[in-house]
Design a protein around this ligand. Sequence first.
Ligand SMILES: C[S@@+](CC[C@H](N)C(=O)[O-])C[C@H]1O[C@@H](n2cnc3c(N)ncnc32)[C@H](O)[C@@H]1O
Length: 275
Amino acid sequence: MSDHHHDHGGEDSSFGDLLDLDGDVLHEYWADALSFVRRAAGGDRRRRIVDLGAGTGTGTLRLAHRFAGAEIIAVDADAALLHRVRTKALDQGLADRITTVHADLDETWPVPGPVDLTWASLSLHHLADPDRVLRDVHAATRDGGLIAVAEFPVQIRFLPDEAGSGLETRLLEGLEQHQAERLPELGTDWPARLAAAGFTLVDERTFDIDLSPAPPATAAYAAIWFGRMARHVDDLDPADASALEELLDGDGPGSLHRRDDLRVRGTRTVMLARR
Ligand SMILES: C[S@@+](CC[C@H](N)C(=O)[O-])C[C@H]1O[C@@H](n2cnc3c(N)ncnc32)[C@H](O)[C@@H]1O
């Protein structure tokens, strides 16, 4: 997807893999976040649930498991990602309750109401006009219905401090610059924007992630992540560039896959608001 609002950083399948690995490596966060949403939503009263910018469906599938009997509508602009959602829905016997909607949210709001719950994980900051979309979500939401917005206050990190985190810090600074141009909505005041759309903030929780030792899938996650950062940062000094090359050298002795000191650190925030 070349449109600047869909910042996938490439046409390959690595973005989908990255999202799948996020659900895998951070499965504890995902479970906790969905428990938080489920408690606030009062369990099974929620019948129609939208996963806004569903990606490969980590949220969609978890919502279907958590809200027995509910219909989950996964909306995304990327057909290949939605294909993964449908495959998982079939594999897990949930195809009768999961619908995928291929739509560009910058163009139109694609889900007729009433909606009981909307889950928007790491997707609002990709939109050209999130305020318009939030107003559309509000209009489609039943009175008393909820929206849950998950965003990240800080970027995820993988290297331990003593081993090259200076490199990681410099890569993240480069990524931040790149994102400041391409994703101007990133890191904005979502509670204020939810309020402006007519929602009332009911709760907010910060989930601190610190996985050490890192789960087995971490090296694959970190390899895609560092590869993407490498593409976005073009002014690395030669020492950093060769250290990065070593990390990304598939079978090499210094590669991410060979390291036993990876550690996953990050923060996700989930904001809950009611109509
Ligand atoms: C960072 S991913 C998050 C995916 C998923 N919610 C998760 O947390 O794993 C952002 C998603 O938003 C989707 N997206 C971005 N802009 C969009 C738009 N204008 N309309 C619909 N989907 C969009 C992307 O295709 C991508 O799947």
